[in-house]
Unconditional design. Structure first.
Length: 353
């Protein structure tokens, strides 16, 4: 059976819509052929674990998994006893986009905190960091932050350090959902370690699929005691790949070279170009600052619906007229130009009425 699609088609709905980066495809091909020991005893996974230690410190270990939901749920489960709870922003991916997986699969209570920009602070954390020792309350024993956030905003190293110091002082551990960690680091001009190990984060869901991988993420443990149990949790949560070499080879190509930085920098640059053009269109307003690869804007619903006929994207808050436009490693300047031209045309017609 031969099936093909329009390879020129582009949208702005999600960085998951993009294909696989050519360099990642080449890495998969190089890992193919012959036999390698299954379930992670292959040379690619061994090399990936060494890369984690070299990049994030001697205490680091990495556990390849299939997807972001699996990474988040398994990572959070490793931090908590059965009665533990996680403090997160109300807009966090684990709260609004995991279909109850943390609660249903992990048995984790999420303590949600409203935030103006998707970012937690020590003061916001304290809204839910209480009731320690009270058997009537799920114990807040972990904090989860998202970098970059679901609203496209980015934590600085200083902001993360303030959170980890505050959380640790209260006996809580810190998880970082880093599905777009590369975009955050590229925006800030820092290395990945400066947003994780150096600022006290305990465990990271290290992104891959949103930055050009076919599939796969990594659970990056930054404490030796967390690594000891992770292999059991990964299997129990159905995230242990038999042919793990193909996930590890992709992560090696992404993080063992500057590919993560090149891809994230490009998608960020395309979002910045889109954002700057949007600001010039009468009747369209940015909702949040564009810091990573997402642009959030307020657009009349009828215009958004018509625009979607040419370029797919999602409503963020239909009632408020908020939409989200995401750029990817393969978004071209011509894609942005075509999108802006169509949006400008539709807004001019809308404003004329």
């Amino acid at each position: 059976m031969t099936l093909s699609h329009d390879t020129e088609l582009r949208g702005f709905a999600s960085d998951n819509y993009s294909g696989v980066h050519p360099e990642v495809l080449e890495a998969i091909a190089r890992a193919n052929g012959g036999h390698q020991i299954a379930y992670g005893e292959d040379q690619y996974t061994e090399a990936l674990d060494q890369l984690a230690r070299d990049s994030f410190g001697p205490q680091a270990a990495i556990f390849p998994v299939f997807n972001g939901t699996g990474a988040n749920v398994t990572a959070l489960t490793s931090l908590l006893p059965r009665w533990g709870a996680v403090i997160c922003a109300s807009t966090a991916h684990i709260n609004v986009d995991e279909n109850g997986a943390p609660e249903r699969v992990g048995g984790i209570k999420l303590l949600q905190v409203p935030t103006p920009d998707g970012k937690l602070t020590p003061e916001l954390i304290d809204q839910e960091a209480w009731g320690f020792g009270d058997e009537h309350r799920a114990q807040p024993l972990a904090v989860s932050i998202t970098q970059a956030t679901e609203l496209g905003t980015v934590y600085t190293p200083e902001e993360i350090a303030a959170i980890t110091e505050h959380a640790h002082a209260k006996g809580m551990l810190v998880h970082l959902d880093g599905s777009r960690l590369a975009n955050a680091a590229a925006h800030l001009g820092v290395e990945l370690r400066e947003l994780t190990t150096d600022v006290g984060v305990d465990i990271v869901s290290l992104g891959g699929t949103k930055n050009g991988l076919l599939l796969g993420e990594g659970i990056l443990t930054l404490r030796e005691d967390l690594a000891a149990d992770m292999k059991y949790l990964r299997k129990m949560n159905m995230q242990l790949g038999s042919k793990m070499r193909f996930i590890s080879a992709q992560l090696l190509e992404l993080y063992g070279t500057d590919l993560w930085k090149r891809s994230a920098s490009h998608s960020n640059a395309m979002a910045a170009k889109l954002s700057a053009a949007v600001e010039q269109i009468d009747g369209v307003e940015l909702v949040y600052p564009t810091q990573a690869n997402g642009v959030f804007a307020q657009v009349p619903n009828d215009v958004a619906d018509t625009l979607r006929e040419s370029f797919r994207f999602y409503d963020w808050d239909r009632a408020a007229g908020h939409v989200r436009w995401m750029c990817s490693f393969d978004t071209a300047e011509s894609d942005v130009d075509a999108f802006i031209a169509k949006l400008s045309e539709l807004m001019a017609a809308h404003n004329a009425h």
